[in-house]
Each structure stands twice: as C-alpha cells, then as structure tokens.
Design a protein around this ligand. Structure first.
Ligand code: NAI
Length: 309
C-alpha cells in the first residue's frame, strides 16, 4: 500500500532532477504518472524525449505505470494535452506537479527581451497552463456531482520569495508562482482541491554549476539530493494533506520549513508634505523586519536592505 494508491499524477519537467524524483516517488507510492519533459538544454533550447523515456522506463522497472509526454509547458494547448493524456490513459487526473524550469541568468541591464519572455513563459505560464486545464476539469466534475480529488504543487524558489542577484526574470516568475499558489488555493478550496508551492534547494543540472560543478563533494550532493524535495511533495499529494493549502515549503535536504509570506509590518501616518516624510519613514524602517537573504533569515551584511536613512 502506498499513500498515493489509485491516484493519477502529471509531473512536468520529470525527465531530470527534482521532477524525475517526484515522478519516481509518486509511482513508488502507487500513483500512475504522466511524465512530461520537453528535454531541452538548461536555457530552454532544443528538445529530446529521451530523459522522459528514461524516467518512464525506471518507473516500469519497479513495477509502476507511467507514460511519456514531450509537450512544452509554456504552450497552453500542449499543457491541456498533458492533462487530457492523463484522463485518456488513466481515467482521471488527481495531482499536478508544476516543476519544469529553465535558467537565463543576467543582470537587469544585460537581460534581453527573449531572456525575460522565455523564463516567464516556462515557469509562470507553464504553471498556469496545466493548473488551468486541471482546475477546469475538476470544477466540471464537481458540477456534475462527481467526487473530486485534486492537488496542485507548484515550484517557486528561494530566489523568488527572498531575492537573488542576476535573476530578475526567474525570481519574478517564481514570486509570481508563490502568489499564484495562494490565490488558486483560495479559489479551489470550495472543490476540496489544495494548491501549495515548494521553494527547493537541490543538486541538479540547473544548480550544479553554482555549487562547484564536478568539484563539489559527494556528501553535498547527498545532503541536498533532489529526492528530499519529492518526500514532502508526495505527502502533499496524499489524502492526509487535505487541509494543507496555500503554503510555501522551503526544503533544503532533510530540513523542511514553511516560508511565511508578505505581512503588513509597522504602520505610520503620512505627512501632507513629502519633504516632511524622512522621519516618518526612518521610524518605520527602524521598526520593520529586514527582508530575508537567500537563507530565508533576516538579511545581514552590506547594510542592504538598509534599516536606516
Ligand atoms: P533540471 O534542469 O534538472 O530539470 C528541469 C527539467 O524541466 C528538465 O528536464 C527540462 O527538460 C524540463 N523543461 C524545461 N523546460 C520545459 C518545458 N518548457 N516544458 C517541459 N519541460 C521542460 O532542474 P531542477 O533543478 O530539477 O529544477 C526543477 C524545478 O525546481 C525548476 O522549476 C526550478 O526552477 C526549481 N528550482 C530548483 C532549485 C534547485 O536547487 N535545483 C532551486 C529552486 C527552484
């Protein structure tokens, strides 16, 4: 018996890295899986279904059921076809894990329109597409009086919710995904569908170059194995997680945290004259919590973001 017995899952970007671990974990817990992966390079160029085929072969080798989907999550109709493939192949769709991703890191002044559009397209629109098609299906099922079992698990990033230099495109997409998750959770709660998001840190093709590449120690790769991201994800997809929604989980190896979202901090009364605002803002800033660094903790060092004026 697995915690996902009888469930049908779509995992995007499941040919490699974190998505592959999601697919393997879900299959090992009894889910049947549509393994989507466009199979391009880390910047989104090209395409090759071999990685997705390998994930499916590994699932089948352990006695599970899975099918390949080679679609592009950034294309709305192809996202719809992924959801439909689950329904046509396995009779339902219960779990959508929006995971596919690319990187085009540049400083803002060097970022091209194409770098912006590609990253926003794969991450933000690529989260909207499968979610929108699944939500439409679940709502129609509910209206027809049928039981609905729905879970959406999206992939944000520490870069999006805390901020990281060189990633205005990626971080904006990821912050958007965190906001999307909160709002979709509010909208779908009436159907019993949960929506949560992940802010992972894991060893993968995407992050290896930032973490020492081939020279990185093996124990680091073990400590932040992408398998850790799949543990909480499989649980969030399970029946026991029915009341967990609108949350963002920060996962670093075996450390699991909840990232607490924007809150209104201290407040003050504005002056009529902008020239008199300095002391008002100074007091507010002295009381306000600092933004987080990439660790998720209050920012320290370099006086940024500044706490005084
Ligand atoms: P990865 O590069 O190993 O895997 C991403 C997969 O997505 C690739 O197999 C790629 O072919 C696929 N993909 C890319 N564009 C696609 C498209 N348009 N349609 C379908 N598939 C597509 O990267 P990794 O690290 O496994 O990343 C997975 C997710 O986790 C991404 O959303 C990433 O932004 C996010 N993430 C990862 C972190 C990490 O530490 N590894 C940190 C924060 C977020």
């Amino acid at each position: 018996m697995g915690i996902l017995d009888g469930k049908v899952a779509l995992v995007t970007g499941a040919g490699r890295g974190i998505g592959r671990e999601h697919a393997l974990m879900m299959a090992s817990e009894g889910a049947r899986v549509v393994v989507n992966d466009l199979g391009g390079d880390a910047a989104g160029g090209g395409g090759d279904t071999t990685p997705a085929q390998e994930t499916v072969a590994d699932i089948e080798a352990m006695g599970g059921e899975a099918v390949v989907n080679g679609g592009n999550v950034a294309k709305f109709d192809e996202a719809g076809a992924m959801v439909q493939q689950a329904i046509d192949t396995y009779g339902d769709i219960n779990i959508v894990v929006n995971n596919a991703g690319i990187l085009r890191d540049r400083m803002l002044f060097s970022m091209s329109e194409d770098d912006w559009d590609a990253v926003i397209g794969v991450h933000l629109k690529g989260t909207f597409g499968p979610s929108q098609h699944a939500a439409t299906y679940w709502r129609e099922k509910a209206k027809a009086g049928e039981d609905v079992y729905g879970r959406i698990i999206n992939t944000a990033s520490p870069s999006g919710i805390y901020g990281n230099v060189g990633q205005t495109n990626y971080g904006a997409a990821k912050a958007g995904i965190a906001a999307f998750s909160i709002i979709a959770a509010q909208e779908l709660v009436q159907y019993g569908v949960t929506v949560n998001c992940l802010a992972p840190t894991a060893w993968s093709r995407m992050t290896a170059p930032l973490m020492g590449g081939d020279d990185a120690p093996d124990d680091l790769k073990e400590q932040i194995s992408p398998r850790w991201i799949a543990v909480i994800t499989a649980w969030l997809a399970s029946p026991e997680a029915a009341n967990v929604t609108g949350r963002c989980f920060d996962i670093r190896g075996d450390q699991l945290g909840i990232a607490e979202g924007w809150h209104l901090g201290p407040v003050a009364t504005q002056t009529d004259d902008p020239g008199d605002m300095g002391p008002v803002v100074a007091e507010l800033m002295s009381k306000a919590r600092l933004n987080a660094s990439m660790s998720g903790r209050d920012h320290e060092g370099h006086g940024f973001p500044s706490q005084s004026i």
